[in-house]
Design a protein around this ligand. Structure first.
Ligand SMILES: *[C@@H]1O[C@H](CO)[C@@H](O)[C@H](O)[C@H]1NC(C)=O
Length: 450
């Protein structure tokens, strides 16, 4: 019996050590020893909740990359214990996921699921530009990617540029190259060599004179013309510098009007692509919660809104949009500057943001737990009013005392204010922290190559 037990324990130990071996524990010798390999590293802090959530996923990632024969080695480093090394790698939040490939370092900012992380590792670890040697290969990747960048032609300065851009932006999307003869018959290009993006059932080429730098063009074109937009997408879209025109709708209870608005936006995105694509990203958002928080005001559902993510300004149509003409008129008025911009990131808006966040924190405390809300805000108020009551009803027979009393009342008022402010501040602080966590998640999506 004892033997069975001990061999069982032995098996478990063996098994778990086998599982853990897929993820190597890294220390400060890593800095020098890593160079020969491609590494996928989780920089974590022992106390961080997101890191703990990532841990089982990370072991699966390690196991799967190993079993698939990937050259990528998977490691984790306690960034608090080896903070010097971590900061050399530019680790600022936890967890930070990086793929390190020689001199290059890529941040992973997508969803922390096994499949997404593995897809990222395989994409970034592979060649920056993947050749498509045959018609079949070309069709195969066309079928697999909604948005496909392809360099077409032989060696050229444009190709050099393309490779450089690809090695940076491979964190976001795949890059391919092909010769003209593997293109489907339907694809005709005016000029070669060319960088072409295939998406939305069509294709178009990068134009050095109109589109600016190749990397900013790729950044702008890596999204479909029409998207379902959530907070994360909106954050990513910020990098494109495009205005975001979208229908705010309720997907669960779509009214006739919301379907009409969505369809109108969709039609502008496709029918007026050439006209607006450089300036606008189109899409729809489910629900107005996120937008309300962003613009600190209540957006009707359904409605149409245009956001300038770089200035935090937004535009609402002056009159209800019912037809294509009205929508085009609105979009044009945003473009030519006649539409009235609201919001922004000026001083007043920042003050409003602080007040708005404090208010939403208070509201959310009451909403999620009215009792706690009453206790937090009601108790001090109750004590103060009792005190006031006591003071006011205290007997006073001298005029001098009356004066004194007034002063004290003034004081208690101040106390009340202080108390209120302190609480608001505390709440704000905790709200702030939550936001920082959010921020961390988002910033983990930094796509820059350090
Ligand atoms: C959006 O904001 C940027 C930065 O403030 C500004 O340069 C640009 O003109 C704005 N676009 C529109 C259409 O208002």
């Amino acid at each position: 019996m004892a033997e069975v037990k001990s061999s069982l324990v032995y098996a478990v130990v063996l098994l778990s050590s086998a599982v853990f071996a897929f993820v190597e524990d890294l220390d400060d010798t890593f800095k020098d020893s890593r160079m020969g390999d491609i590494w996928l590293v989780d920089f974590y802090a022992p106390w961080c909740g997101y890191c703990k959530k990532l841990e089982p996923v990370w072991h699966e990632v390690g196991a799967e990359l190993r079993s698939s024969g990937s050259p990528v080695r998977v490691g984790k480093m306690d960034a608090t214990a080896y903070s010097g090394v971590a900061s050399e790698f530019g680790v600022r939040g936890y967890p930070t996921i990086k793929l390190l490939k020689g001199e290059l370092s890529y941040n992973y900012k997508g969803p922390r699921t096994k499949d997404d992380i593995i897809e990222f590792a395989n994409r970034v670890a592979g060649p920056a530009v993947r050749p498509l040697p045959s018609k079949q290969m070309f069709e195969h990747v066309m079928g697999r990617h909604d948005v496909l960048f392809v360099y077409i032609g032989g060696d050229s300065p444009l190709k050099e540029k393309y490779i450089k851009v690809a090695s940076e932006l491979i964190v976001h999307t795949y890059f391919f190259s092909a010769s003209e003869d593997v293109l489907p018959k339907a694809v005709t290009l005016n000029e070669l060599p060319a960088v072409v993006v295939f998406k939305d059932g069509t294709h178009f080429s990068y134009d050095e004179y109109q589109d600016g730098s190749l990397s900013s063009w790729v950044n702008k074109e890596r999204f479909l013309g029409y998207l379902q937009i959530d907070g994360f997408t909106l954050y990513e879209l910020g990098e494109t510098g495009k205005l975001v025109a979208m229908a705010v709708v309720d997907e669960k209870n779509p009214t006739e009007e919301s379907i009409r608005l969505k369809t109108l936006i969709q039609r502008v995105a496709t029918e007026y692509r050439d006209h607006y694509n450089r300036d606008f990203q189109f899409g729809h958002m489910d629900g107005n919660d996120y937008i309300n928080g962003l613009i600190m005001s209540e957006v009707a559902v359904p409605s149409i809104i245009v956001l300038n993510t770089s200035s935090e300004q937004y535009f609402l149509p002056g009159e209800p949009v019912e037809t294509m003409d009205q929508l085009l008129h609105f979009i044009n008025s945003v473009l030519d500057g006649t539409a009235q911009a609201q919001g922004g990131d000026g001083f007043f808006q920042r003050v409003k943001r602080v007040a708005y966040d404090a208010k939403s924190t208070v509201m959310s405390v009451f909403r999620s737990s009215p009792l706690l809300g009453c206790f937090l805000f009601g108790l001090p108020l109750g004590v103060i009013s009792l005190m006031c009551y006591g003071i006011c009803t205290a007997e006073s027979d001298e005029g001098a005392e009356d004066l004194e009393l007034l002063k004290r009342e003034g004081l208690t008022d101040e106390d009340e204010d202080d108390e209120g402010q302190r609480q608001a501040r505390e709440l704000e602080l905790s709200g702030e922290q939550e936001k920082e966590d959010d921020q961390e998640e988002k910033s983990s999506v930094d796509k820059k190559v350090d």
